[in-house]
Design a protein around this ligand. Structure first.
Ligand code: NAD
Length: 262
């Protein structure tokens, strides 16, 4: 018997060529989802994710797109639809950091982070909602579509020297709640996952340096830096019907980091 929780589902994961996005794509594939693997520039990374999706026993399809560009996003959804017929799950994951002290921060550094981390989530979600709304549903149905937004503990923990990043993630928090409220009666669920410190390229400079890693561990009650799979498994649960009564919420996958007073 097939116990996979996402059989017959199609998921699109943005920024799936590395780190958390790649792990999410693989965990969704393990549950039987076919996965559209988006990348911006790292085609090799996307191919590595595709191999693991296949190893997990599912199918994948790679699509290049810059999520901050409206035309790219539209073409990405067209390509996904042509390949798999539809999309049931969107994971907004693609994100960047461009750190600088406020007085040094250029408008370009500010804008680029907001464009990718926040506007990208808007553009992809709008396309996904249009796709979901083509389906029939009634009050007794399970969700006809799910959106998962990868945010950050910095949606509630202020971060000096990173005002663009923290502002974008604070925006994702309220974007998630407002959109969840707007589409709940249409049986579309929208949730966020806020990771703490997870070992990926985005923060390799911290966790790969033993001294900096020790400093980081002081901020984590659970005394372990997270792995991308820690986030991937929560995403697979949020994407499944097991979480059917969960919408508009943010799950902190942070080893308790948000429990410490600021
Ligand atoms: P990462 O750098 O490995 O992954 C980010 C991915 O986004 C990369 O594959 C990158 O190519 C892609 N990307 C960037 N700009 C893009 C664009 N315009 N269009 C399409 N793709 C684009 O880092 P990660 O840690 O895996 O980050 C994934 C998400 O997790 C981000 O939203 C990040 O803010 C969030 N996050 C990470 C941590 C952590 O500790 N690693 C903590 C909190 C939140």
């Amino acid at each position: 018997m097939n116990n996979h929780k996402l059989s017959d589902k199609v998921a699109l994961v943005t920024g799936a060529s590395s780190g958390i996005g790649s792990a999410i794509a693989i965990e969704l594939a393990k549950e039987g989802a076919r996965v559209v693997i988006n990348y911006r520039s790292d085609e090799k990374g996307a191919e590595a994710t595709l191999s693991k999706v296949k190893e997990a026993g599912s199918e994948g399809y790679i699509v290049q797109a810059d999520v901050s560009k409206e035309e790219d996003v539209s073409k990405m959804f067209d390509a996904a639809r042509n390949q798999f017929g539809t999309i049931d799950i969107l994971v907004n994951n693609a994100g960047i950091q461009q750190d600088d002290a406020m007085v040094e921060m250029s408008l370009t550094e500010w804008q680029r982070v907001i464009d990718v981390n926040l506007t990208g989530y808007f553009l992809c979600s709008r396309q996904a909602i249009k796709e979901f709304l083509k389906r029939e549903c009634d009050a007794a149905s399970k969700a006809i579509g799910k959106i998962i937004c990868v945010s950050s503990v910095h949606d509630i923990i202020p971060w000096a020297g990173h005002v663009n990043y923290a502002a974008s993630k604070g925006g994702v928090l309220m974007f998630t709640k407002s959109l969840a409220l707007e589409v709940a009666s249409k049986k579309i669920r929208v949730n966020a996952i806020s990771p703490g410190a997870i070992k990926t390229d985005i923060n390799a400079e911290v966790w790969s340096d033993p001294q900096k890693a020790q400093e980081l561990l002081k901020l984590i009650p659970y005394k372990r830096i997270g792995d991308p799979e820690d986030v991937g498994k929560v995403a697979a649960w949020l994407a499944s019907d097991d979480s059917d009564y969960v919408t508009g919420t943010t799950i902190y996958v942070d080893g308790g980091m948000t429990l410490y007073p600021g």
